[in-house]
Ligand binder design. Structure first.
Ligand code: GAL
Length: 679
């Protein structure tokens, strides 16, 4: 299927659930196999009471469904599907392949993945298989075929949930089977060993290969390894996991007409999948997101993830497949959500394009490693704040249901690339402090605080609908991808490029003639040497800013210097420049600016580009616009501890009141329907 059908599959889900018109999908993972049957009926009753309309089951069902290689037992799954169907609840049916049962790894220990150091993982957790293993793939095919044959036309099945978070734990496997598959992948890509030698720069350190058999995955080496090899291995690994998805997807398409998806992880701590490659291959773009309390401002990363998921969905509505009602169990300290936070988080996803809000999981487990993970129904039962908040969230989604199907309005794009993430974070670079996602998050955070909504786009994406494009540390960029950015500026757009961009081509080969290679003409400058700063060191700029991590010796050609460094190592040299390019403008930031000045710079660039920047924007009030055919919907999410008043005329959907001056209580969300401001 193509992106054009992504929308209709999700539309199917939002309209199927209720004949009275579109409604948000409200759902959860459900693991009834963890409970006695006596609990199931109560579960279904409470699901109906709380408005749950879609339930993901059989996500970890393999061991129950196939207790041994020669036997399938669908009786329990038949019953649970029957109960859900009887209650009018739709099913997001897991194919069940996410975690192989113990008998499979006992019979075939060779499916267990191997680390970079050569250590084979043991079973006993989950996802313990090598993605390239033909034995695993064949066993998965058999299971999916059985599941799809049995339930492929069941009227309650609304969506196929392939495996679960593919590649979450096992994306990188260095075993001999993976080594063989890697060689085949390389052969496909390069054709000849000589072409590979050129691409990998194996003239260096006597690494020249004479035959395919000599090539290995980038296993642990004594010194740094070959960066191009590591980069190709990341690409290969993403492709192999994607192939696991496609193997199942092909079976499902053959045996069923139900839309197919899998849950992505657009998140800060997993980066192994290039989801730009995956997105066109699912019918519904679905993401899992958990607040990460290891980050400075977790809810800003939530917004980033949501914008990224919308980017993958081509701007159209998408599905939040998993989030938590409260604490998770897998962070060092598992922070609970404050009253109101569950609704804020959920509506922040909605504000940024989610039309389906689902959770992991329905009922908190009593056993297993996730027993302290929150759920819709907590250990305490229905006599709990959590349960009442869940009911309130469900009512709130109902109150704003006319938002379903509308699209988020963004005038600014940010180029984001998993491939660049892999390449930037390789070792032996000028400074280990230049981490791709940190750079992206810093820029995103400044834009978020300025109240500017951004679309995340792939390198090379069509930029024509935007006024401004931000390019944070795009270290690896292909010629044609760089050209789309320059062309955008030439045609009148504004571009902001930050340091360590345009440095290498797709083979991680440095672009010669001065940095930032791919963008020197666009930016009207040339850098001849990097001067990264020592740990903790700062330098000042003549505009009052401080900067850290990075400086570089910039020589302007056609650009104007906006600000210069005051201190060593480059006193008097340009730090921030702007270049008129064609009918547009290109800014270059050659250092790591303090947060306030970064915000000021991006706001200034945006204003110059004609971007609508909210006047007197208050930090901590997240404001996003979704636009429908007849009306605009302005979301206000108050992340602060103080009430906030905003002048806006329209109808507030949560309180169902007309407003001219909108009061947003501390920690609350408001959604105002206004007339459409533009066509
Ligand atoms: C996800 C996973 C779920 C559950 C959840 C806990 O990674 O898909 O099965 O483990 O995390 O936060």
């Amino acid at each position: 299927m193509t992106l054009g059908t992504v929308r209709s599959a999700l539309e199917g889900l939002t309209t199927d659930v209720d004949e009275s018109g579109s409604r948000f999908v409200f759902g959860c993972d459900y693991n009834p196999e963890q409970w006695d049957r006596s609990v199931w009926e109560e579960d279904i009753r409470l699901m109906v009471e709380s408005g749950v309309s879609l339930v993901a089951i059989n996500v970890f069902g393999w061991a129950q469904l196939q207790p041994n290689p020669d036997e399938f037992d669908f009786s329990a799954l038949d019953d649970i599907i029957g109960l859900l169907h009887g209650a009018g609840i739709g099913i997001n049916l897991g194919t069940g392949t996410s975690s192989p049962p113990p008998w499979l790894s006992t019979l075939h220990p060779e499916i267990l993945p191997v680390s970079q150091e050569g250590l084979r993982a043991w079973p006993g957790g989950r996802q313990a298989y090598c993605p390239s293993s033909p034995v695993f793939r064949a066993a998965a095919e058999r299971l999916v075929t059985a599941v799809a044959t049995r339930y492929g036309s069941h009227p309650a099945v609304r969506l196929w949930h392939v495996s679960n978070e593919l590649g979450c734990h096992n994306a990188l496997c260095y075993c001999d089977v993976s080594a063989d598959a890697f060689r085949r992948w390389l052969e496909q890509k390069y054709g000849t060993v000589e072409a590979l030698n050129r691409a990998w720069g194996t003239a260096f350190w006597s690494q020249h290969y004479g035959a395919w058999e000599e090539i290995l995955p980038p296993r642990r080496t004594l010194s740094s390894g070959n960066p191009a090899q590591a980069l190709d291995f990341s690409r290969f690994s993403s492709d192999e996991v994607l192939e696991c998805y496609l193997i199942e997807e092909r079976i499902l398409r053959r045996l069923s007409d139900v839309p197919v998806t899998t849950n992505f992880m657009v998140t800060s701590h997993i980066r192994t999948q290039d989801y730009w490659q995956w997105a066109p291959l699912v019918d519904v773009v679905a993401n899992d997101h958990y607040l990460d309390h290891r980050l400075p401002v977790p809810h800003q990363e939530l917004s980033f993830s949501a914008d990224g998921t919308r980017g993958l969905a081509g701007g159209r509505p998408w599905m939040l497949m998993e989030q938590s009602t409260g604490a998770v169990n897998w962070q060092p300290r598992n922070i609970a959500k404050q009253p109101g936070e569950l609704i804020r988080n959920s509506l922040a996803h909605v504000a940024r394009g989610a039309d389906a809000i689902c959770f992991f999981q329905w009922r908190a487990s009593a056993q297993g490693t996730e027993k302290f993970h929150s759920a819709l129904l907590p250990h305490a039962g229905t006599d709990s704040r959590k349960w009442h908040e869940v009911l309130e969230l469900s009512r709130t989604l109902d109150a704003i249901r006319e938002v379903v199907g509308t699209e988020v309005v963004a005038e600014v794009a940010m180029v984001f690339s998993w491939e660049t993430w892999w390449a930037t974070d390789l070792d032996s670079h000028p400074s280990e402090e230049v981490r791709y996602l940190d750079q992206v998050h810093k820029i995103y955070r400044a834009l978020w605080e300025a109240g500017i909504t951004v679309d995340l786009v792939a390198p090379g994406a069509d930029l024509s609908r935007y006024r401004m494009v931000v390019v944070p540390s795009l270290y690896l960029v292909r010629d044609h991808e760089a050209a789309t950015i320059s062309d955008f500026a030439a045609a009148g757009g504004t571009v902001v490029v930050t340091y360590f961009s345009g440095i290498v081509d797709e083979d991680d080969r440095v672009r010669l003639g001065g940095y930032p290679g791919a963008f020197t003409e666009l930016l009207g400058l040339r850098t001849e040497e990097f001067f990264p700063l020592p740990e903790g060191a700062q330098t000042r700029l003549d505009n009052g800013a401080t900067a850290s991590i990075w400086t570089e010796r910039i020589q302007t050609t056609t650009a104007d210097t906006v600000s210069s460094f005051l201190d060593a190592p480059l006193p008097g040299e340009p730090a921030l420049t702007v270049n008129e390019f064609g009918s547009g403008r290109a800014w270059y930031l050659g250092t790591d600016l303090d947060h306030d000045h970064l915000w000021e710079l991006l706001e200034q660039a945006a204003l110059g580009a004609g971007v609508t920047v909210p006047p007197a924007h208050v930090t901590g009030i997240e404001s996003v616009l979704r636009r429908g055919p007849e009306a605009d919907y302005r979301f206000f999410i108050n992340h602060t501890g103080l009430p906030h008043t905003h002048t806006i005329s329209g109808h507030e959907l949560i309180t169902d009141q007309p407003v001219t001056s909108l009061e947003i209580p501390a920690g609350a969300v408001r959604v105002v329907r206004t007339e459409r401001t533009e066509s």
